[in-house]
Design a protein around this ligand. Sequence first.
Ligand code: FES
Ligand code: FE
Length: 390
Amino acid sequence: MGSLTAQVREGHALPRGFYTEHDVYNADIRDYWNASWIWVGHISQLPEPGDFITFDYGPESVIIARDRDGNLSAFQNVCRHRGSRVCIESAGNARVFSCPYHAWTYELTGKLRRAREMPEGFDPAAHGLLPVHLREFHGMIFVCAANTPPDLDAGLAKLDPLVAPFGLADLTIAHTARYPVPANWKLALENYMECYHCAPAHLDFARSHSIKDPHDLNADLIADLAARSRAIGLPVEEVVQYCAGSASLFFKRYPLFEGYQTGSRTGAPLAPPLGTLTGHDGGATDMQIGLLNNFLIYADHVVGYRFVPTGVQETRIEVVWMVRAGAEAGRDYDMGDLTWLWHVTSMDDERIIRHNQEGVNSHHFHPGPLSEMEWGIRAFYDDYLGRVSP
Ligand code: FES
Ligand code: FE
């Protein structure tokens, strides 16, 4: 280790070892993922007391549960006896969590309720499942396993009025797709952070979405969108860019091309407008909460993206489509139409990320300079190298 960080050249891609070495991968999980806020789900997945979901990344697993009082909490899915996974299912409803190994039994709050035949002096209160920080923002659930998580509050306060009209707490998950890719998670995330590849790689996406940096769009187009956005009840177009390393937030609404009211194949609306919106404005919002959690908000649906490490060169790309709560497939939207754009785009991404890893694995890979369109990657490297320094 040590020497790898010394090989990093400012403004260049990271050296090969960052994407191939087990030690780096372990450090990535321990020092980066475990210390970052991770978007794990939406409150609509856990409406009732006893409802739970689990979220796995790398060797980690977190249980998120709603207790009898209706509160959400999160804890490590690692038994305090000899370490077994406690909850094996990915979602469900439980009265308690009972470890499948020796049946230590935990409350929905993670507190240890019962452990059989323990010696005198054993203190159940000291053996609850380890707590994980949980934060809910307009229905989106984030967890962070650090003792002291990055402080999101200042940024979220800025985002709050911009996000409110979309009614994000009042969504339902229409579909979740997983695209496993044989590549390191950083290559998958980096790919999402730049649109330098969009023109050559995403022909379908490039028909409706500007492949330029939203900052570079024509001022007239931005002004037109602002007028249309105001007309449907959205605050005037605004950019929030709040950079504080892992607590970074980004929020920017930009116009789709003429004729496109939302991110659909034909440009036609896909689903009922979200929240308090009264129609479609032909805009899309890029929203990033922390560096790992990405959302696209159209007037009628939200697409959430995450790139979950499952091995040194294995990543689960997860794409989650959300629509207004109560909207039903077949009646209010067509599932194939809703998921078309980000399905074909994710298939493209899976392919280019896979080939990227194949090339990076070569001993002849020498990291090249980043383009001006890859500013998001620079921001990620700054944050990443500040926390992981192999
Ligand atoms: Fe869970 Fe023994 S490992 S009860
Ligand atoms: Fe892409």
